[in-house]
Design a protein around this ligand. Sequence first.
Ligand SMILES: Cc1cc2nc3c(=O)[nH]c(=O)nc-3n(C[C@H](O)[C@H](O)[C@H](O)COP(=O)(O)O)c2cc1C
Length: 381
Amino acid sequence: MGLFEPGRLGRLTVPNRIVMAPLGRARNDAETREPGDLSIEYYAQRASAGLIIAEATHISAGTVSRAGTGAIHTAGQVAAWRRVTDAVHAKGGRIFQQLFHLGRKADPDRLPGGQLPVAPSAIAATGTLPTPTGPTPTGPKPFPVPRALRLGEIAGLRDEFELAFTNALAAGFDGVELHAANGFLIEQFVRDDANQRGDGYGGTLANRVRLLLQLVDSAIAIFGSDSVGIRLSPHFTVDGPGSSDVPVIYPYLAALLGQRNIAYLHVIEPDATPADRKIAARLKEAFSGPFILAGEFDRDSAARAIDEGRADFVAFGRLYIANPDLVERFALPEPVLNPQDEATWYSGGAHGYTDYPTLAQAQARAQAQARVGAQALAEPA
Ligand SMILES: Cc1cc2nc3c(=O)[nH]c(=O)nc-3n(C[C@H](O)[C@H](O)[C@H](O)COP(=O)(O)O)c2cc1C
């Protein structure tokens, strides 16, 4: 089956086509935003993935959200992430770091000095901020109207990303994935429902992808093109109507990314997306390099996507939350999977994070329970 063929992602040769999707789990230290021992264990448990893409990590202090999301702008954070990458490498795995800036989706109550979030234009996302799970819950509230970045501020923003790329390299990541999906800052620049700038970063296709490409080029300068990936979600409309020209701007962007020979293009398009909205095939063709598809896949639909040439790799999110040994489980004729518990996504602590058993652990547990049960039956009451 195609899922188990080795493949190439930039400079990495990977043993299978199964990618762990980036998953923010809010387990970093609430103050320092450093990953701790639990995160080391969590990622090391999942080292058999062809590639781990670590959770979205903040590039600066000016873009923080719920308590427990990680960052990589301090020396302490670099050292803490180094322990994670070392643990994954020690188990033979490979790990990229996903880097992001929330833009208009940042929570002003959590930004230094209560500043307004920044964005391409002063247009609020629709919907509400995620309910904080930290020590000072304020309850759901609408996304704020952000402050439009001044043209002169964009160089500073690029510097912050550059520092994050440098830090990710120092932390031992095999590469970086630029998070240009799910309505965050970079996607806000691409989408014309969020970007109505009249300068060189808004309006035309070239202008709307300018920041994204500048950041890709900056990551390439630090990591090399074969260690830079990018994630896109062309049809993300959870927080606004989305771009009016998705079928035009995204293939245009994919072709420009392809010219840069980056390690991969990672696109979120669930298998079940209606045919009239599907765009991944056009992006794959325009990009022409390694293509990761994500969104509601299971083992068989992923294998089909690979066998039919719709994807080179498939990323799994929720299945990876609940199954540290997803690769080993998928290798069985009939995979048995742990159910995942949504209540523990951002709850903090080991439960729902590092305590999902591997198949071997689950079987050992079941046998032990069966033995205890048999003993109880054998003993007179
Ligand atoms: C708890 C949780 C956290 C997530 N965090 C991130 C993230 O940090 N970065 C990102 O790009 N996507 C994130 N996602 C989206 C997943 O990467 C993935 O695209 C989504 O879950 C769909 O894939 P699935 O159907 O295999 O779960 C998150 C999803 C979940 C459920």
